[in-house]
Write a protein that binds this ligand. Sequence first.
Ligand code: MSP
Length: 504
Amino acid sequence: MSFFVTTPIYYVNGAPHLGHAYTTIAADVLARHHRQRGEDVFFLTGTDEHGEPIALAAEKQGKSPQALADENAERFKALAPQLAATNDFFIRTTDPEHKAAVQEILTRVKENGFVELGHWEGLYCPRCADFKGADEIEEGDRCAIHHIELTRESEENWFFKLSAFQERLEALYAEQPEFVLPKERRNEALAFIESGLRDISLSRGAKLQWGVQVPWDPEHVFYVWFDALLNYATALTYAKPGEDLTAEFWPADVHIVGKDILKFHCVYWPALLMAAGMEVPRHVLVHGYLLMNAEKMSKSLGNVLDPFTIIERFGIDALRFYLLRDVQFGGDGEVSAEAFEQRYESELANDLGNLASRVSAMVVKYRDGAVPATDALDLTADFDGLPETVAAHLDRGELTQGLEQIWQRVRRLNRYVEEQAPWKLAKDDALGAQLDTALATLIEGLRTVTVLLAAYLPQTSSTLLAALGTKEDGWEAASFGAGPRVAQVEKLAPLFPKHDPAAA
Ligand code: MSP
């Protein structure tokens, strides 16, 4: 079985920030989870390098667009491993293979009869690279996302006949109710379609040269969104030298995108694929905004929280955990340094870190590190069906709920420590069997949550698994009482050391 997951490709008009890290982390959780399930995974990310957003930023900085793109593409490339993201390829839309494939696919779209010359006049946001409809415009003709004044544009150019796909898109939404997740975003996309689709610009005229040339009209370049969306398909044709991965991985299983680019992915993209005679993706998973003081973080707004600083001080797992736990995936959520430190202390250091060190210390103290090999385990009912529940949440794009399910068991194990009070059992030889059961249950519970957490907290999980002396981290090892049993443990160093703010 194969699984293809993508992030949006990031604009190279500035440096990466927490908002970009968020999308990449979410995609990585799904990629890792599906690998755990034994699937053949392809995880794609990269950079979107053409169009006005980049041309304008380069001009401001007195650089060529290519120089700016090269500089920032490197920073995005470097971000992925720092997030512990396991992408299989990093696409740049300036790759010659991508450009040639875009020309080839869009020529096919024209041959299929979905491209025509037309005239357009209206308001345009150069930061979004988007032509705005009435409901996307704020007072004073401003962009509802960037709050900058929109420009009035009028041009002759090539159009994609989006309107021809009205019925086919409505049918897609009816036949695949989970095409867009979560449901609220699906309804939003469907409402947009039902409000009536108009044709959209496929090319930009002589004013903009920074893009992929239109092969049948070399004065024009393709409108950046067409070039960008196609990355998901073109990447498969050249990611692996000498091999075309399309047959194995197309259609994509999940495109993860922020809500600001919903229209492009949920409406334009499937229509474009239909026009090219290609299969549409199985799911588009839409997340909300990370907000700081109720404003979306973005390069253009300047209110960014630096992921690199957080990673350096607290480690990548802490950032991954915080973003997926504190903000309900799919909705918007405030993020702050205070909330981050609070979660780090109370949940990572206390709930999980203390559980691991207490449990291993007790086995060392009372049984010389040898885990009792009893089959009489408690808590089986609490863990029953857990891997299936977590997988079902992840299949619906409910990353926060999946993590919550696991965390409830972390908390259950902590309560169990208090209920059993192994330090009391250890005082009475007659209670030896009960102590064996308690210790074996705790170790098995810890092992199970560690396997389940591998997609969310990859570094912590691999440290813990090593301490538990097992390498088995596949999904079949996630069942309580049914996976490999731990034989021996050693005392653990704290997983999440107390952070000294003075050292920052
Ligand atoms: N280049 C386009 C995407 C093309 S995909 C074919 C683009 N790039 S972007 O760099 O502006 O944004 C990329 C992703 O980062 C989007 O999913 C966007 O929603 C996400 N985020 C940017 N700022 C964000 C927040 N403050 N919060 C959450 N996600 C945010 O759009």
